[in-house]
Design a protein around this ligand. Structure first.
Ligand SMILES: Nc1ncnc2c1ncn2[C@@H]1O[C@H](COP(=O)(O)OP(=O)(O)OP(=O)(O)O)[C@@H](O)[C@H]1O
Length: 569
């Protein structure tokens, strides 16, 4: 469906007309159904998806992705129904748990454990590694004794089965072991660390922060904050998302600090609070580094050092999570961890396999705009996320596309916090259809419905590529990623080609024979992006003229339709 053509000229989101797309984006909706996208695909593509999904169907929801023609449910009604069902279920919980015990949920031999890990593509490294669990119900057995309200919250969230990273991480954290987890984007890492931490904290204690989650961006920290609320619903944990304002309040009233249980922060904000004595971390029992490899990169490393030093509790348990953990980071991380266990799900540092990846040669910088306009003309299926390499380029591209009648916006660190929050909310709600972003949005953000990621500018590292494209194809869904490249990017292509192959994507034969970029070249690119020509094809006068013309056409079309309807009436 050529949605953009239909939506020309400051488009509005017609919820009725595009209810299927809206369903995908509606945060209150139950499991969205995306069958339309797939039924349009050729048979062999469907087959490819099916076989891939069978293999890596973490979420056991293949049936909702391929060939499901059921009507979308009313989210409100289904929530009410779900709550009623839960109440009834809770009454029977005791019986159920006994049944679960009878079903031999726990493993009887190490061979069985090894077989189970193999089936779920779980690899583990370290000493004395706790067994994984199979089903969330297993956690309610006396062995794990998961608190019933957490189980209930899982059900309310619609989480029926654990993902492999959850199967293995949860028992490890429950046992108090240090952990380094590498699992694909969108595979449920957040719950993998939050569940055992909330379980261990038990309830509010008013002794000061006992758990700390550090994330590289404010946007991701906010998302984690919401996830904690969701999984701990029913217990009155006091959770603090560290901001200038919350830090100031706690600075003024040291007694207030005692009331909190959990802290979420970005490194810079936290270090500032530590240095100005606004916060104490001496009671922290659980420290999590979400997007750990980013946090242990040069830009953040110094701050992380201060944070580690401020967490003085001798019994602290540390967990590192990311979709990419390069070996250098692993070595570094080991220096701050105690006898850690390492988990790798699937291939290490690989892209999610439900994403269809494509590399597109666009010749030159101007070719990129031509390519994007062609994609728009053919009909993009929103929401779409476009990545560029700098704030300036984000602004430039926005000024190009905004006159094309696309419902587009731009996000980067120069926008105000409230603008950023608003944009993210709008994008989640489906009111922004195309969002241009810098690296800011590349890590951790969970937008379930994103259909396409466009790397307008070639990513600077393989890690950046994996995380950027990982904004689509989440939670077992399918997605697409297109990466534009010019002559200048060609020397770096092979690294991405390798990732594509590693995740089961087809690549043209000639790309396979290309040489890998040298270590020096990669280092250079990591330091600074390739210099590129400004994104600018026409004068602003011309752009305004085009926009004006398009508005006139739209108005005349609308008038014509109105007249026709009047006539018919
Ligand atoms: N067991 C589960 N069943 C179904 N959905 C789940 C389950 N666990 C998590 N999810 C959902 O999967 C989505 C992705 O989870 P999450 O954001 O934790 O991924 P991630 O692995 O941290 O990704 P990234 O590497 O991009 O940060 C979320 O919408 C989350 O609610």
């Amino acid at each position: 469906m050529d949605l953009f053509r239909l939506l020309g000229g400051g488009a509005k989101f017609d919820k009725k007309r595009f209810k299927d797309d809206f369903q995908l984006l509606d945060p209150t909706a139950t499991e969205p159904e995306v069958e339309e996208t797939l039924t349009e695909q050729p048979d062999n593509e469907e087959e490819r998806q099916k076989s891939l999904l069978n293999e890596i169907d973490f979420f056991k929801n293949t049936h909702t992705i391929v060939g499901n023609n059921k009507k979308a449910k009313d989210p409100k009604k289904s929530k009410e129904k779900k709550n009623k069902k839960l109440e009834a279920e809770e009454d029977n919980q005791q019986d159920e748990e006994e049944d679960d015990d009878d079903e031999e949920d726990l493993f009887t031999s190490q061979e069985e454990v090894a077989q189970f890990r193999k089936q779920n593509r779980i690899r583990v490294y370290g000493d004395d590694i706790p067994n994984p669990f199979r089903k969330f119900a297993d956690l309610s057995t006396p062995y794990y004794n998961l608190r019933p309200y957490i189980r209930r919250n899982l059900k309310v969230s619609g989480f029926e089965d654990p993902t492999p990273i959850q199967m293995q991480s949860i028992p490890i954290i429950m046992k108090g072991r240090d952990l380094m987890s590498c699992a694909p984007t969108g595979s449920g890492k957040t719950l993998a660390y939050l569940l055992p931490i909330i379980h261990d904290l038990n309830g509010p204690e008013k002794v000061g922060y006992r758990a700390l989650v550090v994330a590289p961006t404010r946007e991701l920290a906010q998302q984690i904050f919401r996830e904690i609320k969701r999984i701990s619903a029913g217990k009155k944990f006091k959770i603090c998302m560290l901001t200038k304002a919350t830090a100031a309040t706690q600075a003024q009233d040291p007694k207030l600090r005692q009331k909190y249980d959990i802290l979420i922060s970005t490194p810079l904000r936290l270090v500032h609070a530590i240095q100005s004595d606004e916060i104490e971390l001496n009671r922290v029992q659980h420290l999590v580094l979400d997007e750990a490899d980013k946090l242990l990169e040069l830009g953040f490393l110094e701050q992380m050092d201060e944070i580690f030093a401020a967490c003085t509790n001798a019994n602290i348990q540390k967990s590192l999570f990311s979709a990419t953990i390069p070996s250098g980071v692993e070595t570094l991380a080991k220096t701050v961890m105690k006898d850690p266990i390492r988990i790798v799900i699937g291939a290490k540092n690989a892209a999610t396999e439900t994403i269809k990846q494509e590399l597109l040669f666009v010749g030159s910088e101007d070719g990129k705009l031509v390519a994007i306009r062609q994609m728009v003309q053919k009909g993009l299926k929103p929401p779409v996320l476009i990545f560029v390499q700098s704030i300036d380029r984000a602004k430039e591209l926005f000024h190009e596309l905004v006159y094309d009648g696309i419902n587009v916006d731009v996000i980067h660190s120069e926008r105000t916090k409230s603008q950023r929050d608003n944009i993210i909310d709008q994008f989640r709600a489906g009111r922004i259809w195309v969002l241009i972003s810098t690296e800011l949005m590349a890590r951790g953000l969970d937008f379930k419905g994103v259909n396409l990621v466009i790397n307008y500018d070639f990513p600077q590292t393989v890690q950046s590529y994996i995380h950027r494209i990982g904004r689509t194809g989440r939670a077992g869904r399918t997605g697409e990623a297109v990466t534009y490249f010019t002559k200048e990017d060609a020397p770096y292509l092979k690294s991405i080609v390798n990732v594509m192959r590693g995740s089961g994507c087809e690549v043209p034969e000639w790309m396979l024979t290309m040489r890998k970029p040298s270590q020096n070249m990669r280092k250079q690119l990591r330091k600074a992006p390739i210099e590129r020509k400004q994104i600018n094809t026409m004068s602003s006068y011309d752009k305004r003229k085009i926009a004006h013309k398009r508005n006139m056409i739209e108005t005349s079309k609308r008038r014509k339709t109105e007249k026709e309807t009047e006539k018919k009436a």
